[in-house]
Design a protein around this ligand. Structure first.
Ligand SMILES: [Zn+2]
Ligand SMILES: [Zn+2]
Length: 266
């Protein structure tokens, strides 16, 4: 069974991943993937925003790295993309970035749920301990819903990232998921099956089977991503992700070229 494209990968420019885009492409070719998308963390207007993304003056170098991967792997489709942090009020910056290069797609992700708090940052787990999980999940899904409804993104990244460290809410989140999925459906944003969750404390693909079942029923489209931060992580656990997608009723996933979607059977 051929595996789907891996649409979520990083590289050394973001300062917490290893390897160059061409090495990620080499791994994708070795695995027989039809496509790989490079989607490193976006630069911010201020380079001191945090310490886990490329500097703004490295954006051209990033694009050149993706072009090099294309040249060195001519039989593989190599997509140019970014994983973009969604911050309310930051929409103009995202439009600015979107216009700078011929991106194939943009992944919109929520990592920051409050000023200075990226909820998946292992150095900031203390922030979780000061709050009720449901309060954080609510803030997270409100932002994710805004991201999906903004129309700025082709794909929404790791849709239940809040589960990473296993701070689970003791209340039902169905209404939060529904609001998010309605926004995604309305704006035609896909969600990804992101296998990195299997490598975290939660030991589960993002999003959960429950959320994915709701997404399938709502007619929300999907992509697949490893969220690789090292070349050997490309395509990791994709067989499991495909199985999950099929078992929730999916037969097709999206591919993107210059921000136009096509649907392919997987
Ligand atoms: Zn990262
Ligand atoms: Zn992310």
């Amino acid at each position: 069974m051929p595996l789907p494209a891996d649409y979520h990968t990083h590289n050394a420019l973001c300062r917490h991943a290893t390897g160059q885009p061409t090495e990620y492409a080499a791994r994708a070719a070795q695995l027989g993937l039809p496509e790989i998308g490079m989607s490193d963390h976006n630069p911010m207007p201020r380079d001191d925003f945090d310490d886990w993304r490329m500097r703004l003056d490295q954006l051209d170098e990033y694009v050149a790295g993706v072009e090099q991967a294309r040249r060195e792997h001519p039989t593989l489709a190599v997509k140019l993309a970014l994983e973009v942090d969604y911050l309310p009020g930051g929409e103009d910056w995202i439009r600015d970035l979107a216009a700078r290069h011929p991106w194939d797609y943009l992944i919109g992700s929520v990592h920051y749920v409050a000023e200075g708090w990226d909820l998946d940052n292992p150095n900031k787990v203390a922030e979780w301990k000061r709050r009720e999980p449901f309060e954080v999940w609510t803030a997270y899904f409100e932002r994710l819903t805004q991201a999906a409804g903004s129309g700025l993104f082709d794909i929404i990244g790791h849709a239940d990232l809040a589960k990473k460290f296993c701070f689970y809410p003791n209340r039902d989140c169905t209404a939060l998921y529904r609001g998010f999925l309605e926004a995604a459906k309305r704006r035609g944003a896909a969600i990804e099956l992101n296998t990195a969750g299997l490598r975290k404390d939660c030991k589960e693909i993002y999003p959960s089977r429950y959320l994915l079942q709701m997404a399938s029923q709502a007619g929300v489209l999907i992509t697949f991503g490893s969220d690789a931060h090292a070349p050997e992580e490309v395509g990791l656990n994709f067989a499991e992700a495909v199985e999950l997608a099929r078992s929730t009723g999916y037969t097709h996933c999206c591919r993107f070229s210059r921000r136009r979607a096509e649907y392919v059977r997987f």
